[in-house]
Design a protein around this ligand. Structure first.
Ligand SMILES: Nc1ncnc2c1ncn2[C@@H]1O[C@H](COP(=O)(O)OP(=O)(O)OP(=O)(O)O)[C@@H](O)[C@H]1O
Ligand SMILES: [Zn+2]
Length: 471
């Protein structure tokens, strides 16, 4: 089977074929850094990071562009509230987003363009639209420039909507518009706004409309036509519909596939700053390992919502510890461990529209096979299973021996060595007690270790220990 992806524009799963053999260009809508990142924001980036890793593993060269919308009405409003410069506000939270992505093992994009650095590309795109009769300067002299939806019969094609059924675009004063559904490409500067928040254009000073930014940046780095455009489900309309309309109306083919991730939800509702039901990433990292948060995000299919609960993170910790535990024991037994090929069933699941829940189930099967091989002393089978497990986890960004996780465990490795010395001493006491048939003492040792979360397994070569959930 080859890779198949659900294309939201087609409303169906389609076979994926890159426009240029061997190369894939992906554009993912990044953050509007008006506040701190929450778990939902990170889910979106983890989803496209997994797609990228799977494409790379499948032999493609991937260019991934993720923008930062560093100028926006909400940023201006929040900065004014906080009494800071908008650009300082945006950059502060941009850094928080970068830190959250890095903490969860999201690989840096190939390039991360900021909207404010691409005004010339935006002006050029508007000019093309004006020349082709698809954009016009507002009649009220506000300096706004609008996309003329009636001039583009394909408007609505991405989300399968008819123009007549659509609501007015609420992004600017409707008085300057030819049609209330026309959306702003460019927003004229208003009195009282900071001078630094506007740029000179043929239509006067102003700042970019949100949709225009993404079209301009995608075009700059990926060209007029590219393979995949991604983002959260909430961006399908109006953001992505408008991106596609303006790029195609300007003569660009734009995205070949549209992928949309579903939400992290709480009580069934999208985790969202405006609803106030957010869990900040730094806050979650105080009580959960980053790799476990990532395991949890990957454990759901990207097209289904992921209802957050504390219990699901506890389950993720137990499930990931099982996989990690086998890898650590295998590395210990084999004196190191190389990644191998992913299991065939894992590849089939990933090719089936990134079916990560199935892919993870395959990895748990692989770990079980590894555990049996370990117990049976079959090193060849153990090497194969553990190598496959590492390869699969690497695709999901969860390989404990790869960065960023490998260096994070250095400290705990030292702690683990110390623990090993202490536990082994207790195991020797137990062995001595058993040898003298003092079973009461032997059992007391076992019980006291158990109450500390340490389980003992008696093997033909002596007793071994593991942390609960790891065995
Ligand atoms: N709860 C969520 N689950 C999954 N993805 C999300 C969630 N919230 C936002 N995203 C995605 O994160 C990316 C960056 O979003 P953006 O900065 O525009 O935030 P937003 O949607 O305005 O967030 P909020 O609703 O919290 O204000 C987008 O692709 C968006 O769809
Ligand atoms: Zn976008």
């Amino acid at each position: 089977m080859t890779l198949h992806l659900h294309d939201s524009a087609a409303g169906a799963v389609r076979e994926f074929a890159p426009l240029v053999p061997g190369q894939v260009g992906i554009y993912v809508c990044g953050a509007t850094p008006q506040g701190s990142p929450h778990l939902g924001h990170v889910r979106a980036q983890v989803v496209f990071d997994v797609l990228r890793r799977w494409l790379v593993r499948s032999g493609y060269e991937v260019t991934l562009v993720r923008n930062v919308t560093d100028i926006d009405d909400k940023i201006l409003a929040k900065a004014a509230e906080a009494g800071t410069e908008w650009w300082a506000h945006a950059y502060r939270f941009e850094r928080e987003f970068s830190a959250a992505y890095a903490a969860l093992g999201v690989l840096p994009p190939t390039v991360e363009p900021r909207a404010t650095g691409h005004v010339p590309e935006m002006v050029e795109l508007i000019q093309r639209l004006v020349e082709r009769g698809h954009a016009y300067a507002a009649a009220d002299g506000s300096g706004d420039v609008y996309f003329d939806v009636r001039s583009w019969p394909a408007y609505g094609e991405l989300t399968h909507q008819r123009l007549d059924d659509m609501e007015p675009a609420a992004d600017a004063d409707p008085r300057g518009k030819r049609d209330p559904r026309d959306f702003a490409l460019w927003k004229g500067a208003k009195p009282g706004e900071p001078a630094t928040a506007s740029w000179a254009t043929p239509w006067g000073r102003g700042r970019p409309g949100w949709h225009l930014e993404c079209s301009a940046m995608a075009g700059r780095y990926l060209g007029p036509r590219f393979d995949v455009h991604g983002g959260g489900l909430d961006l399908r309309f109006p953001h992505h519909e408008n991106e596609q309309a303006q790029s195609r109306a300007a003569g660009d083919g734009f995205a070949n596939f549209w992928l949309h991730n579903h939400f992290v939800t709480m009580s069934g509702e999208k985790m969202s700053k405006s609803l106030g039901n957010v869990l900040g990433v730094p806050h979650l990292l105080e009580t959960h390992r980053a790799v476990v948060l990532r395991y949890y995000l990957v454990s759901g299919h990207y097209r289904t919502h992921l209802e957050h609960s504390e219990n699901s993170l506890v389950e993720a910790e137990a499930a990931y510890s099982r996989l990690e535990g086998l890898l650590r024991r295998a590395a210990e037994r084999l004196g190191g461990l190389a990644a191998g090929e992913v299991p065939a069933a894992f590849a089939a699941a990933m090719d089936d529209d990134l079916a990560t829940p199935t892919a993870l189930a395959v990895l748990h099967e692989t770990a079980r096979a590894g555990n049996s091989a370990l117990a049976a002393g079959d090193e060849a089978a153990l090497r194969t299973a553990a190598g496959q497990l590492r390869a699969g986890l690497d695709v999901l960004g969860l390989d404990p021996f790869a960065e960023p996780w490998a260096s994070q465990t250095t400290g705990s490795d030292a702690a683990r060595t110390a623990l090993d010395v202490l536990v082994r001493a207790r195991l020797e006491d137990r062995a001595t007690a058993r040898a003298t048939k003092d079973f009461a003492t032997a059992d007391a040792v076992r019980d006291s270790l158990k109450s500390a979360g340490i389980v003992i397994e008696d093997t033909p070569t002596g007793a071994r220990w593991a942390l609960e959930g790891e065995q």
